[in-house]
Design a protein around this ligand. Structure first.
Ligand code: PGA
Length: 265
């Protein structure tokens, strides 16, 4: 089966003001110059979404957010709704990032609620899973990832899966410079693929599974060569146009012509 169209998604985390986001988006758009072999998404922080959207207008780069709440509106101080993200120009949202699990107590059940609300609203959830170092060393990687995938995607249908991205991010590789070897990553991606096919049937093959955790221009090629790695969720290397565009160029060189539209799958 042909591999899915590669998606390179930037997770800017708590970095960049509106003005900085606008400048970075402008550089990315200029650097991409109409390429369409690879799908590209950037996920700035909430306060930078609107200025990023204006800089991305007319390009194929998709705007994503880094979190969303499950309610449509109301007394939820500090939270943001799917409607607000859509109005700001978002088409995607990162959910369940390990930093949100670790620092903000997000559980699989809560991430699941968010994922269901996001797909219903027409946002592409980029659902993150991944084991800690202690879990890997205890030989529990596949068990942990299985629990996270089944827990966060509970209740999703094959139809919802058309608008879903999963990111495997080993926690010990995030921001540490320690990258999973291509074989280590592929093993987990293949296990996730099997879970997706079990839940969604053939549609599970079309769900893109991104690798995240210190993916950089010097290690991306081998990772992207793995059969079940459909792209990258990039933290540090997405904060500079040069390294982010280099990653897109590497992905483009894979010459994979998938069947996804530019904005979602
Ligand atoms: P990193 O972050 O590329 O800086 O390791 C990836 C992520 O957390 O999404």
């Amino acid at each position: 089966m042909a591999k899915n169209k590669i998606l390179i998604a930037g997770n800017w985390k708590m970095n960049k003001t509106g003005a900085e986001a606008k400048a970075l988006c402008a550089e990315i758009v200029a650097g991409l110059a109409g390429q369409d072999k690879v799908d590209v998404t950037v996920c700035p922080t909430f306060t930078a979404l609107e200025s990023a959207a204006s800089a991305l207008a007319g390009s194929k780069v998709v705007l994503g957010a880094q979190n969303v709440y499950v309610k449509a509106d109301g007394a939820y101080t500090g939270e943001i709704s799917t409607g607000m993200l859509l109005a700001a120009g978002c088409k995607a949202v990162i959910l369940g990032h390990s930093e949100r699990r670790q620092y903000f107590g997000e559980t699989d059940a809560f991430i699941n609620e968010k994922a269901l609300v996001a797909v219903k609203a027409g946002l592409t959830p980029i659902v993150c899973v991944g084991e800690t170092l202690a879990e890997r060393e205890a030989g529990k990687t596949l068990e942990v990832v299985t629990t996270q995938v089944t827990g966060t995607l509970k209740g999703m249908t094959a139809d919802d899966a058309k608008n879903l991205v999963v990111a495997y991010e080993p926690v010990w590789a995030i921001g540490t410079g320690k990258v999973a070897t291509p074989a280590m990553a592929q093993e987990v991606h293949a296990a996730i693929r099997a879970l997706l096919v079990k839940q969604f049937g053939a549609a599970g093959n079309g769900v893109r599974i991104l690798y995240g955790g210190s993916m950089k221009p010097d290690n991306a090629s081998e990772l992207l060569d793995q059969p079940d790695i459909d792209g990258g969720l990039i933290g540090g290397a997405s904060l500079k146009a040069k390294s982010f565009l280099e990653l897109v160029t590497i992905a483009q060189s894979k010459g994979i012509s998938g069947h996804h539209c530019c904005c979602c799958r």
